[in-house]
Design a protein around this ligand. Sequence first.
Ligand SMILES: N[C@@H](CCC(=O)N[C@@H](CS)C(=O)NCC(=O)O)C(=O)O
Length: 320
Amino acid sequence: MAILGVGVDVVHIPRIAALLQRKGSGKLASRILSKEEHAQWESLPSSDVALQARFLAVSDVDRWGVKEAAYKAMYPVVRPTWKELAYRGLGDQALGKARAKPALVYSPVAAADKEHVGRIHLSELKAIYPAIEYDVEKIDISKNTQKEPWFIKLNPNGRIPVLVDRTRDNFPVFETSAILLYLTHNYDTEQRFWYDPIKHPKEYSEILQWIFFAHGGVGPMQGQAHHFNRSAPEDIPYAKKRYTDETKRLYGVLEIRLKDRDWLVGPGRGEFTIADVKAFPWVNRHPFAGIESLDEWPRVKAWLARALERPAAQAGYQVK
Ligand SMILES: N[C@@H](CCC(=O)N[C@@H](CS)C(=O)NCC(=O)O)C(=O)O
């Protein structure tokens, strides 16, 4: 990779040592270590706190500072998360291995929650209407492709996803919920995943209510929870708590709605609709929001499992 910039970061070791003492090292490790580093971390003896601290940040293995410096050097062309950067070399000393030339390896992981909404919906539609043809173009947001002029022409907001309807002079549609509604009105002619607004005004309104709830509530709040728990270059406990708590509150709203129901909208126990398609991929990402388990919301947990069992959902998640 070409050199993007130079980053320098100074770590105040007593501050980090105090933090480790206060909070324990496990939480910090799962926040800042890449998969590769985490595997090494797990092989450290759990009783040797000093060695753990050295491995994380303190003393000769300045993983923390190296990663912060890399972030500053790469920003804004690339905005890496802690976990996408793996430090190799001097860190191995903590494991008793020979000193090696240090290297920082960047392995970007695509963030794709919103893309999944469109992919799942298209997979569901394809299962019912086999004539529908579509393909998926991967946009690498770590390279800021979504800010390139050709993409801004499709979506002035410069964010993924965007739908381009080739059958209608490449008509572009942005915002996940607008994409869901566009596909619904134009391609779900048998009304398999929605209700006709004239024949079923109440159900149609309920679909809009739950889509708006997910689009204006769960999405933005959980998106911020993801950011402050996973990607923010500094640890801001207030922001993490605020957005994680708000995400939990919104899961509580879904829990109320799902009483005696399988799906968010529809008579009786409900029917699978685009309201579910909009909401469940967010809930599926709960670990990114600092929510370890869904046990607090048993109906939401069962609803998510039900949605994920659908073959089209599985197909949607598998599209690369
Ligand atoms: N409200 C929009 C949000 C889209 C959005 O936030 N997309 C993220 C990816 S998950 C993105 O493109 N991030 C890159 C950026 O902000 O440049 C929608 O629902 O489509």
